[in-house]
Design a protein. Sequence first.
Length: 319
Amino acid sequence: MRTERRRPGPLTAARGSGTFTRMPLDIAIAQFRPSKGDLDATLDGCAGIIRRAAGAERRPRLVVFPETALTGYFLEGGVREQAIAAPELFEALNARVGEDADGLDVAIGFYERDAAGIYNSALYATLGPGGGILHVHRKVFLATYGVFQEERFVEAGAGIRAFDAPPGRIALLICEDGFHSVSGTLAALDGASIILILSASPARGAAPGAGVPGNLVRWDALASGIAAEHGVFVIVSQLVGFEGGKGFAGGSAAYDPHGHRLLAGPLWEEAVLPVRVDLDEAARARTEEPLFSDLERSWTRLLVNSPGSGVRRPAPDGE
């Protein structure tokens, strides 16, 4: 789904400087518990969060919900009954939020029904009559190990790319996508300055002394690493609640382009977490620590010379 290229983010002139900076971006992370099996009730709950965000004193530009926020994660064969087409989801949200949310952006995870199959997807849209769907990302790396059986019930997405939205150039990842370092690399190489990770990560493992489940310690390292290596903001929105004896602890978080955590959400409860980001900080971070520019310069050469590229390479020195 291609969209017209836009100037990323509103600009403002710094007084007397003759230069332009982007205005700070307010984001609301919706750590959400769906009403499993009741799509209408869950849509109403999502719409309520969006309406309250739209009416807040510091109105966010973007609300980010978790993976499978519409239905809950562990549906197995029930995904076919609960899946919904992306345009249907957009219309259902628009009908519920009313004109108060006009111009507000939303990212939300859902099981998507499409002519080609069922997908674990994330929709990004601008609400209101002047808005529309800007991007749908389909989860590329399907978790199929331990308690996870995604490959049995959904199809894998074809790729990862960034897209232009009113706040800036953004990329979406879904849970397991973030466990593969190449996902953040592909998003950043396509120009993303913000990576939204929508996740439904069951609590598992113990982290001695951390005070949180082990999976959240792992998420902290993964998201911080993506942010620092690529000089991007990373927003992680986590599902919360219990499904069939499996608990989703929450613990949503945000990271700046240096990899520093900006906030951490509560455990075991719903929350709407406001975070303000300075998009110009991404450019500053990339200048101060040029890990990403090194990657940009080397990427094509590394691909061409990688095993399996089909290119015959000279033997390394000494062989």
